[in-house]
Write a protein that binds this ligand. Structure first.
Ligand SMILES: Cc1cc2nc3c(=O)[nH]c(=O)nc-3n(C[C@H](O)[C@H](O)[C@H](O)COP(=O)(O)O)c2cc1C
Length: 255
């Protein structure tokens, strides 16, 4: 079964990250059809990267640090990832970046989606992570979940974080049928699912727009899209062929 690992992206005392991480994990459990796992960086206290040979060096020997070995094995067994990340000074927490830096081939050709939070909903942290993900040959999914600052505020004020997350889940539940109807079985759903309005497998989440998910309707809208594309500037590769590779279920497209 496809393994999706949810990575808890901060380790500090009193952190918020574990709450959205468990929330996402539960969504994957409810969804079924995938093997979701939680990778908590507190369980992988790796040193700052200090090796003479970079992880991407071809044919390098495995690193000897026992925690790094354990971490690398977890990445190797995963098919896709959700990074749950705070924003620390416009980037991800150093502990997450370090965990990314220790591994290379085991990240390659796998999908990653992001759940973030912070004063600006963690958007800038995700932006930096997307660039890092590309260098790791991960395939970052277009859509991400940016938790509203009010939910983070509730965490610091002793408020009801679960209620805030449940509110986001409400939007998810409203659209669950549509997500599943459109996901084509993609294990990254609800992060990655067929969007009849624009292209094959990307769409913002959560999204409360009502939609008609019948096959006929999807074909009709795709037809309209193709009409539109014929009038547009020619593209080298269709967007569908690019986005198809973001989905582990369709990884044959990666090559
Ligand atoms: C070192 C540090 C830097 C931060 N920088 C930012 C920032 O640039 N933008 C932002 O929106 N929030 C920033 N914050 C606020 C964090 O996003 C917020 O404290 C969040 O709870 C941290 O995640 P955590 O609780 O899971 O560790 C920063 C917090 C810390 C500790």
């Amino acid at each position: 079964m496809t393994v999706i690992s949810v990575i808890v992206g901060s380790t500090r005392q009193g952190r918020f990250s574990e709450k959205p991480a468990h929330w996402v994990l539960q969504h994957f459990k409810d969804r079924g059809g995938v093997d979701p796992r939680l990778l908590d960086l507190r369980d992988f206290p790796m040193p700052f990267f200090d090796q003479p040979v970079p992880p991407a060096m071809p044919d390098r020997p495995p690193y000897e640090n026992e925690v790094v070995k354990k971490w690398t094995a977890e990445i190797a067994r995963s098919d896709g990832f959700i990074f749950v990340t705070p924003e620390y000074n416009y980037g991800p927490a150093a502990v997450l970046k370090n965990a990314l830096d220790w591994v290379y081939p085991e990240w390659n050709r796998k999908a990653v989606a992001f759940v973030s939070y912070g004063g600006a909903a963690g958007a800038r942290g995700v932006q930096q992570l997307r660039e890092t993900a590309i260098e790791l040959q991960l395939a970052p999914i277009r859509s991400s979940v940016h938790i509203p600052a009010a939910v983070l505020w509730a965490h610091f004020q002793g408020g009801d974080v679960d209620a805030g997350l449940a509110d986001l889940s409400g939007q998810y539940t409203t659209n669950r049928a549509a997500f599943h109807a459109n996901s084509g079985g993609c294990p990254m759903a609800p992060f990655c699912y067929t969007n009849p309005y624009t292209s094959n497998r990307t769409h913002p989440w959560p999204d409360s727009r009502p939609r008609n998910t019948s096959d006929e309707s999807i074909q009709l809208r795709r037809g309209r899209l193709m009409d539109h594309r014929r009038d547009a500037r020619p593209r080298r590769r269709s967007r569908d062929s690019l986005t198809e590779t973001w989905c582990p279920d369709h990884s044959a497209g990666i090559g």
